[in-house]
Design a protein around this ligand. Structure first.
Ligand SMILES: Cc1ncc(COP(=O)(O)O)c(C=O)c1O
Length: 396
């Protein structure tokens, strides 16, 4: 069987794919079917925070799979792994949040938050930011914008409004007494690694409180040490007053899993049957997430990400100086790093050149190339990756 030919023939083609069939991975590297090695600076869209095949993850999967994968009556019964995960996560949540629920994907977490915010407030309007990305369900697409595929399913859910990111006056005008919630990323990941200015989220929180609107902070891409803090909002000097925190991606290091945390006030308005799902909080996902969270905390991975992110940025800044026509700027938070290319043609060329030389990077909108290595990436792997990027930029 030819993998690429079979997938092309039998699979729905939702995207243009790179013609490599990845068979296995270890640490920061993956190998294709022919045994060719690639340095993975994508982490599978920022998911494999401990790299590939990390023993903490494989052991958690195997040992839990030997016990139980899916509970009888799923969430209607209790699970020791779920309890342990709650116990681990609770102390690292922002002060205003007290209750947790586990779901299967980032979009599902945001979808549930939007749905609950509308129900609790009895209001319709969700305020979101331009270039944001919150998922691919109808609710979440309706609060995402900036690409052709977010515009294809118009009309959006009614009553949504988009404002410029980092513009406090714009969001201040948009939030009113009809607003159910604001949904915002501390760093817009898919939108091109745009970082919230210090105080921006705090001010949104204040305006939300004034109008009785709820604040949903989407840490799906930024959480679990990616930006050099356990959550990106931990970089704020004071704990942020928020109503929902949504989490995903790195939470279980590659196992599909996500979570929502809510405040006491939100929790007090939740009624039986408001949310749920067959696989929500399944013991396997909980066991893996607990192993990952434990590892991240024990090994101070937020500090590691900050330190290594600094090195990546220093090296990227050198590339900006060396290739001023090709690269407009470099920016990042921890190990969520990006270079902004001057044109789409430049971006395509560099991504292809990197692939040819054995480096996988993540292109995103607005001519951005993202570098999202594992949090365990070594300094020498960082030098290797930026070296390949340098050669990719210097050749046609
Ligand atoms: C900030 C943010 N929110 C939500 C999502 C959607 O998560 P998922 O793809 O797990 O549904 C993403 C995915 O890239 C994201 O970056």
């Amino acid at each position: 069987m030819n993998t690429i030919e079979t997938e092309n023939r039998l699979g729905i083609q939702f995207c243009i794919r790179q013609r490599i069939a990845i068979e296995r991975g270890e640490g920061s590297y993956v190998w294709d079917e022919s045994g060719r090695e690639y340095l993975d600076f994508t982490s599978g869209w920022g998911v494999t925070c401990l790299g590939h095949s990390h023993p903490v993850i494989t052991e958690a999967i195997c040992s839990q799979a030997h016990k139980i994968i899916q509970n009888p009556n799923s969430g209607f019964t209790y699970s020791p792994c779920r309890a342990s995960l709650m116990d681990l996560l609770h102390p690292v949540l922002p002060d205003s949040l007290s209750k947790l629920f586990f779901v299967n994907s980032g979009a599902e977490a945001n979808d549930a938050a939007i749905k609950l915010a509308r129900k609790i407030t009895g209001r319709n309007k969700i305020v979101s930011t331009l270039r944001s990305f919150h998922g691919r369900t109808y609710n979440t697409l309706s609060v995402s914008t900036g690409t052709a595929n977010t515009e294809r399913y118009l009309p959006r859910m009614s009553g949504n409004q988009f404002v410029e990111f980092n513009d406090i006056d714009a969001i201040g005008h948009a939030i009113d007494d009809t607003t159910a919630a604001v949904i915002v990323e501390p760093v817009q990941g898919e939108g091109g690694v745009h970082i919230a200015q210090s105080g921006y989220l705090k001010e949104i929180s204040r305006i939300c409180k004034k109008h009785g609107a709820l604040l949903i902070v989407d840490e799906i891409q930024t959480g679990f040490c990616r930006t050099g803090h356990f959550f990106a909002i931990d970089s704020e000097p004071e704990s942020l007053q928020l109503d929902f925190l949504t989490m995903g991606k790195g939470i279980a290091g590659g196992f599909p899993f996500a979570a929502i945390a809510v405040s006491d006030a939100v929790n007090s308005q939740i009624e039986l049957g408001d949310h749920g799902g067959t696989f929500c909080g399944n013991p396997l996902g909980c066991a893996v997430a607990a192993a990952v969270v434990h590892y991240l905390l024990q090994n101070r991975m937020a500090e590691e990400a900050k330190k290594k992110g600094k090195l990546v940025m220093e090296l990227l800044q050198k590339l900006v100086r060396k290739y001023p026509d090709a690269i407009l700027t470099a920016r990042g938070a921890g190990l969520l790093c990006a270079i902004e290319m001057s044109t789409d043609a430049q971006l395509q060329l560099v991504v292809q050149n990197c692939l040819k030389r054995g480096l996988l990077v993540t292109p995103t909108r607005n001519n951005i190339i993202r570098l999202l290595p594992s949090l365990l990436v070594t300094e020498s792997e960082i030098h290797q990756a930026v070296g390949i990027l340098d050669r990719a930029l210097s050749s046609d």
